[in-house]
Design a binder for this molecule. Structure first.
Ligand SMILES: Cc1ncc(COP(=O)(O)O)c(C=O)c1O
Length: 372
């Protein structure tokens, strides 16, 4: 089946008793036990599993071409589960511009438990020289947040294989429509389903998808159940519903983002545009090789400094000045303010989550906002 069909059918079960075409939300936290001590419905207790969660997990692993998925209550809970599953004393190689929420988690929650080296993942020699005997995990995020750097997944996997390192890839920005990390050799794919998969900025969630149901995956499943950072049945239902339209939404996000990137790229008040769909982007060739589209995220530097960037952010009318990404509505944010003290993000950078409104309306909005 092709991805558009998987998105609609793999996460839905026609209800056996009512014949409802759309799967109902099973709010019950507990499930009836049979006379033989068995569970004829296949479920025991909702933290361990639930009909809506298993439907969400079904569609997620099929979208990514994996063999199983675990759904979580947030993207950070999903990422954190990978770090928890590592043996204490592990060393992690992670991108220098890793999503700040997960970077802070490694630095603060796993301080004293694991060690980490942050590397520019576009520099293969630097990655290889960061490998230590205890390196157990290579974390990838491509395109990265907020600089839209592209790392060469196949080459990084080659380095990891040589040293027996697990490779996990945060595929939140690209989505499985535009990038399939498991096909490129990764072991684990991570998502904040809060973003493009949910797609409507109204449900928080995260997911891990595995290539193989190996021992590391068994540890992840065990942590999911015992730590209990699981999504509610309603959250699972909403995410499954969002996923049904995600391939079509993604095509619109990418088409709009390409137009906006080209518009910004020729604007006299813009210093630089970061979008992998532009041929001037340093990662453009790798992106064209490993991705099937450039997705809907871009960043740009406003000429001047923080003052000019904040003026633009305050001037937009259709774009909401807000963090997060991946919803149908366009968002724009002054990224350094969100990342807080210690951020390396340029102070004149604005990050844009391009929505699926009409691109001409979005360009008109930017045009008036850039007149400062
Ligand atoms: C690339 C990326 N990964 C992970 C996360 C964390 O996801 P969540 O907010 O669902 O915990 C985010 C959130 O912004 C993100 O942008």
């Amino acid at each position: 089946m092709k991805i558009e069909t998987i998105a609609i059918h793999a996460g839905n079960k026609v209800d056996k008793s009512s014949k409802a075409v759309i799967q109902p939300i099973s709010l019950s936290t507990t499930f009836e036990r049979g006379p033989e001590g068995d569970y004829p419905g296949g479920y025991i207790y909702t933290r361990a599993d639930n009909p809506n969660r298993s439907s969400l997990e079904q569609v997620l692993y099929q979208l990514e071409g994996g063999s199983d998925a675990c759904a979580f209550s947030s993207g950070n809970a999903a990422g954190g589960c990978v770090f928890q599953a590592l043996e204490a004393g592990s060393h992690i190689i992670a991108p220098a511009d890793m999503y700040h929420g997960l970077r802070n988690q490694i630095n603060e929650v796993f301080r004293g438990i694991h060690e980490v080296t942050y590397v520019d993942m576009t520099d293969l020699a630097a990655v290889e020289s960061a490998v230590r005997p205890m390196t157990k995990l290579m974390w990838l995020e491509t395109p990265s947040n907020p600089l839209l750097k592209i790392s060469d997944i196949k080459s990084l996997v080659k380095i990891a294989r040589k040293h027996n390192i697990i490779v996990a890839c945060d595929n939140t920005f690209a989505t499985p429509l535009f990038q399939r990390p498991i096909e490129l050799g990764c072991d684990i794919v991570m998502h904040s389903t809060t973003k493009y998969l949910g797609g409507h900025s109204d449900v928080l969630g995260g997911a891990l998808i595995t290539r193989d149901k190996n021992d590391f995956w068994k540890r992840i499943r065990n942590i999911q159940e015992l730590s209990g950072a699981v999504p509610s049945p309603l959250d699972c239902y909403l995410t499954v519903r969002g996923i049904k339209t995600f391939p079509y939404r993604m095509k619109a996000h990418a088409a709009n983002a390409q137009k906006i990137a080209e518009y910004l790229n020729q604007h006299s008040s813009v210093e630089k545009v970061y979008y992998p769909g532009l041929s001037s982007h340093p990662g453009h060739e790798i992106a064209m090789d490993q991705m099937h589209g450039s997705s809907g995220m871009l960043s740009f530097l406003v000429k001047g400094g923080i003052g000019e960037a904040l003026k633009v952010a305050n001037n937009v009318k259709i774009f909401a000045q807000a963090t997060s990404l991946g919803g149908v509505e366009s968002l724009l944010e002054h990224r350094a303010s969100i990342e807080g003290p210690g951020t390396k993000t340029p102070q004149n950078l604005l990050r844009v989550s391009v929505g699926i409104e009409n691109a001409d309306d979005l360009i008109d909005d930017l045009e008036q906002a850039l007149k400062f």
